[in-house]
Structures are given as structure tokens and as C-alpha cells.
Design a protein around this ligand. Structure first.
Ligand SMILES: Cc1cc2nc3c(=O)[nH]c(=O)nc-3n(C[C@H](O)[C@H](O)[C@H](O)COP(=O)(O)O)c2cc1C
Length: 355
């Protein structure tokens, strides 16, 4: 059914228009209490074996929606109802900004990939805080991903992230410092340890001061050299962060024909994303929560990431190709596989193939 809608309708219209159409429909679902609750009852993960606890937060399953889909926290309830165990909203910047000029979103259908250079288009931290303050009709775990406002110079980046964190940390189940998007000039320089340390320290102070102490994670790029991945991991441990999200989109164009500028995601990212996860696990063991994202398409991918040491797994690009039942299918498949292997608790398999 979705394949038909995709080939006959969505793939024929501009990708960003298709996205807005989808988000509009999802918002409609979010404001329809009865339907929303019915969908949630039908599609959200309910198998106790799928439950995960990470940094003190209970997740109904391991598979969530990666940042970038719900930039303004407008469809948290709808995406939770559709079966995502958590929704990472954002990237949200302290100040509203329009993002880059269109076109800025490209489908690479044959490669099962996406290229985007959105540039953190969002309505800003105050608008997101208002959206996140509204009472919800279905349970949802919400991560808030924050980034730097484009016009703010690198020297004032800490102040800008801290401003965003102050508004949003109290409303987040976990907070993510995004220093890895390729579409804000200079942003990825912040991954260098000497710049990253004061930034994470500043945001952590804010996250630690909320009534529940908001868990803090950092999201990294797949294009970091292996030594830099290790350096960020060591820093995260040193500062007492809760976890690392790996990875964001890549600037590499290996294996795809398009040379469109921006960040590449989806299937071509799978191998490097898994490689970074394995490296992180080897470095930190279970001292940090590892969230794996990049090229995840199906149950096999999620299974592989869990075995390699991820406690949570996220996806975005394959949603475009798989449709609204994607997360539900993944959790259902995972549930069956756990039963087949006699696993009653996901903790039994997390990191089992890690070295
Ligand atoms: C259109 C689009 C927009 C994105 N925007 C963001 C963003 O604002 N912040 C962020 O941290 N990641 C963003 N991402 C990256 C995803 O969260 C994810 O890390 C990446 O796409 C790899 O996962 P995937 O292969 O499952 O898509 C975006 C990805 C896409 C496709």
C-alpha cells in the first residue's frame, strides 16, 4: 500500500513538499485524541522483552526516530503512536532561522539514500518549548537535539547552546548536543576536543540543574578520523556524559552517483555507522549508552547494532522508503526474534558480539 502511495504520489512531488504533507497529516493525527490513542494501542511496542532502560529513562523498545524529521516538536505524539520508542526532536537552535535555500532535500531512490542540506530550519527554542509543554494524549519519550544558530560566531557557540539548553533541558527526557551536521558552516569543528570540552561542560551544567537532572549525549559525525572518535569518547567519559549518538550524515559520496552538496544518509552510511559504533564500544564498553544511527533499514540492522553494543537504535531515511508502519514492523520483528532466541530481556544481547 505505502509502496503504491510512494511511487504514484510522494516520489513525484518535491521531497520537501512531500515531507510537509506528511508532517501535516501527522499533526492532524496528533490533534485527534481518539484516533491517536487507537493507533498507539495498535502500533506502539508492548512486548515487555523489548523494554530498555537507559540513563534512568524507560523506553518501550529500542528503536526510535532520529533527529531531523520533527524539527519543531510538532508530531511527537503521532510518531510515538506509530511505534517509535522515542522521538528525537530538532535540531533546535536558540533562535529561529529559515535554513538554507531550497531545493535542499534530495532522494536517491536507487541508493535508498537521502542528501540534505536543510541547515537547521526551525522555529527556535521558545517555540519548541511551547510545543513540548503541551500535555500529551499518548506516552512518548522525547529527546531534544540542540545546535548552533547559524549567525552566531564560533567564539559565542557555548553561550548559544547554553541558551537553547536552558529553555529545553527541563522539557527533555534526554538532551543531545549536535556538533556533527555538515550544513552549518564550521559546526563540525566543534568536535575538536579543545572546543568540545567547554561546550559540553557549559551545557552539562544546565542539564544537571534541572529537577530530574536531564541526561546529556553528544552526536558525532561518521567522517571523524578513528582517533578523533576515541578522543570524543574519552572526553564524554571524563565529563560524565550519559552517552554518544553515532552517527550523523556523511559528506562522503562513496557508492553513490550524486554529487549534490549536503549530508548523505541511508543505506550508503550503514557500514561506517556500524564501524563507528564498534569502535566506540571497544573504547567505552558499557560505561556510556551508545545510540546507533545511520543506514538502519530493517530488523537485521537493529539486531546487529544491539549485538555490537548499542542500547538504542534510531533511523530516519528508510522511513521515506518504508512508510508509516516501519517502526511497528521493526519492533514486531524484533519481538519475534527475541522469542525465538529465548531472550526475555534485551540486556542479554546488547554488546554480545562486541570485542
Ligand atoms: C532530511 C534530514 C534532516 C536531518 N536533520 C538533522 C538534524 O537537524 N539534526 C541531526 O542531528 N541530524 C539530522 N539528520 C541526521 C539523522 O538524524 C541521522 O543521523 C542520519 O540521517 C543517519 O540516519 P539514517 O541513515 O537512518 O537516515 C537529518 C537527516 C535527514 C535525512
Amino acid at each position: 500500500m505505502y509502496r503504491f502511495v510512494f511511487t504514484q504520489l510522494l516520489s513525484r512531488i518535491d521531497p520537501e513538499d512531500a515531507h510537509h504533507l506528511t508532517v501535516g497529516a501527522l499533526r492532524l493525527l496528533s490533534v485527534t485524541p481518539v484516533v491517536k490513542r487507537l493507533v498507539h494501542r495498535r502500533l506502539a511496542p508492548r512486548d515487555p522483552a523489548l523494554r530498555v532502560q537507559a540513563f534512568g529513562v524507560h523506553f518501550p523498545g529500542p528503536f526510535g526516530l532520529a533527529a531531523g524529521f520533527d524539527k519543531d516538536a510538532g508530531c511527537v505524539e503521532a510518531m510515538s503512536a506509530l511505534g517509535f520508542s522515542h522521538v528525537e526532536v530538532g535540531t533546535i537552535t536558540a533562535h529561529a532561522q529559515p535554513g538554507n535555500a531550497r531545493p535542499r532535500l534530495f532522494r536517491l531512490v536507487k541508493d535508498r539514500a537521502i542528501i540534505n542540506r536543510m541547515g537547521f530550519n526551525n522555529a527556535g527554542a521558545s517555540a519548541a518549548a511551547r510545543a513540548l509543554s503541551r500535555p500529551r494524549g499518548v506516552p512518548a519519550v522525547v529527546g531534544v537535539n540542540i545546535g548552533k544558530t547559524k549567525v552566531v560566531p564560533e567564539a559565542e557557540a557555548v553561550h548559544d547552546y547554553v541558551a537553547g539548553a536552558k529553555e529545553l533541558a527541563p522539557l527533555a527526557d534526554y538532551l543531545v548536543v549536535n556538533v556533527s551536521s555538515p550544513n552549518t558552516p564550521g559546526l563540525r569543528n566543534l568536535q575538536a576536543v579543545e572546543l568540545l570540552r567547554p561546550l559540553l561542560q557549559g551545557v552539562k551544567e544546565v542539564a544537571d540543574s534541572t529537577p530530574r537532572r536531564t541526561p546529556l549525549l553528544v552526536k558525532i559525525a561518521p567522517d571523524l578520523a578513528d582517533d578523533d572518535v576515541d578522543a570524543v569518547a574519552d572526553l564524554a567519559l571524563e565529563l560524565g556524559l550519559d552517552g554518544i549518538i553515532a552517527t550523523n550524515t556523511t559528506i562522503s559520496r562513496e557508492g553513490v552517483s550524486s554529487t549534490e552538496p549536503g549530508g548523505l544518509s541511508g543505506r550508503p552510511l550503514k557500514a561506517r555507522s556500524l564501524e563507528v559504533l564498534r569502535r566506540l564500544r571497544a573504547r567505552v564498553g558499557d560505561r556510556l549508552v551508545l545510540v546507533s544511527v545511520g543506514g538502519v533499514e530493517n530488523v537485521d540492522d537493529v539486531w546487529e547494532r544491539l549485538l555490537a553494543g548499542a542500547t538504542l537504535v534510531q533511523g530516519y531515511s528508510a522511513l521515506i522508503y518504508e512508510g508509516p508502519l516501519w517502526a511497528h514492523r521493526i519492533h514486531r520483528g524484533l519481538s519475534r526474534r527475541l522469542r525465538r532466541h529465548g531472550v526475555r530481556d534485551l540486556r542479554e544481547i546488547i554488546g554480545r558480539t562486541a570485542t
